[in-house]
Design a protein around this ligand. Structure first.
Ligand SMILES: [Zn+2]
Length: 364
């Protein structure tokens, strides 16, 4: 048998990265994700699978997702970790939206036939997807891809009043990507709510098994905070909370934000950063400071200054200038851990790890 070649449909980089992760998870379920590769081609991905796949097996796992969607519709609240995570991405979370989102998901699973529709190199065009009205296709809700332009009023209404539609299979796989391949950070601050999504993708090419490992770090993961978090702090936070990912080469983080303030929703453009250096640094920090995720949670993400310091650290690592800035950053971290308001003495005991942090940062 020649290897199976699949292509993401060509909607936009964000939606295609979700669909790529959805496809990889489906291949894992079908027992065929051990040998093969994922290659970035512009805004799309090409997946080569060298193993035989058993789609019946994958479809049995899909059934569980369908049952959870049905339960969610029935009880009008998200049921199960996967659905809860998908729903955490949506800042416009009315009951009506919940119903229509999971109605689309459960019918997409019901209609699903085969992953092989993506053997078509031009899937999105061939199946008439895009900004055109359609009775058979599903709306791409905003967390599934910032493709609407910047400002919107309530209920996803855009100026031209035509939503971006994708076929049920693209909708299903994008949802799976959100659940299994993305880290979600949700921020609730007064009447401003936002969700920040981070997806890791190969900048050039990766083994299928590496993408699987990325998913192990992010699956089921979402966190909620009630303070502002600069977007540049997000890759560091995402990688700190997940399972440690050792030095993958050529990995990019795609980050997109969905914000709601009063009745208005906003999708700023996505950003893309190479995180090869950051992966090494975070592995080093976790090695020297096993309690690092706890320190993040209890100190950095409980204090308004914390996320700003994390953003500086992240930026210095990504730009490869950490050695020049290390003592400034270390001083700020010591100030944060030693803060006077820390009456319960939660952070001060961590002061002793500051030296370990400097060592970890100097070593990577
Ligand atoms: Zn499609």
């Amino acid at each position: 048998m020649p290897p199976l070649e699949l292509y993401t449909p060509g909607h936009n980089l964000v939606t295609d990265s979700l669909i790529m992760h959805g496809m990889v998870r489906y291949l894992v379920w079908a027992g065929g994700a051990r040998h093969g590769s994922v290659e970035r081609i512009g805004e799309r991905f090409k997946i080569i699978i060298d193993d035989e796949i058993d789609e019946d097996k994958a479809k049995r796992t899909l059934k569980t997702l369908q049952e959870l969607s049905n339960a969610t519709i029935e009880r009008e609240e998200p049921i199960g970790l996967i659905i809860k995570k998908i729903w955490a991405s949506n800042v416009n979370s009315t009951k009506q939206n919940l119903r229509s989102w999971f109605d689309s998901l459960q019918s997409a699973i019901k209609e699903f036939k085969t992953i092989k529709i993506y053997a078509d190199i031009d899937h999105a065009v061939s199946s008439n997807e895009g900004r055109r009205s359609s009775k058979v296709n599903s709306t791409v809700y905003l967390p599934l891809g910032p493709i609407y332009g910047k400002y919107l009023s309530k209920d996803y209404v855009v100026k031209e009043n035509v939503q971006y539609m994708v076929c049920p299979t693209c909708f299903l796989l994008a949802n799976m990507g959100l659940a299994y391949g993305v880290f979600i950070l949700r921020i609730n601050k007064g009447n401003r709510i936002s969700s920040i999504m981070v997806s890791l993708v190969p900048s050039i090419k990766a083994d299928l098994i590496d993408i699987m490992l990325v998913q192990r770090a992010f699956e089921y993961k979402y966190n909620e905070f009630n303070l502002d978090i600069p977007i540049l702090a997000v890759p560091l936070i995402a990688l700190s909370f997940g399972e440690t990912l050792y030095a993958f080469e050529n990995m990019d983080a795609l980050i997109w934000v969905y914000e709601k303030s009063g009745n208005f929703m906003r999708i700023p453009n996505y950003i893309q950063v190479n995180i090869e250096g950051l992966l090494k640094t975070v592995s080093g920090i976790k090695y020297y400071i096993p309690q690092w995720p706890k320190i993040l949670n209890e100190c950095f993400l409980k204090n308004e200054d914390g996320p700003t310091i994390l953003a500086k650290l992240n930026e210095a690592v990504i730009n490869n200038v950490i050695k020049e800035h290390i003592y400034d950053i270390a001083r700020e971290i010591i100030g944060l851990l030693n803060v006077k308001k820390d009456e319960k003495n939660v952070c001060r005991p961590y002061l002793s790890v500051a030296q370990n942090l400097v060592n970890a940062l100097l070593e990577t």
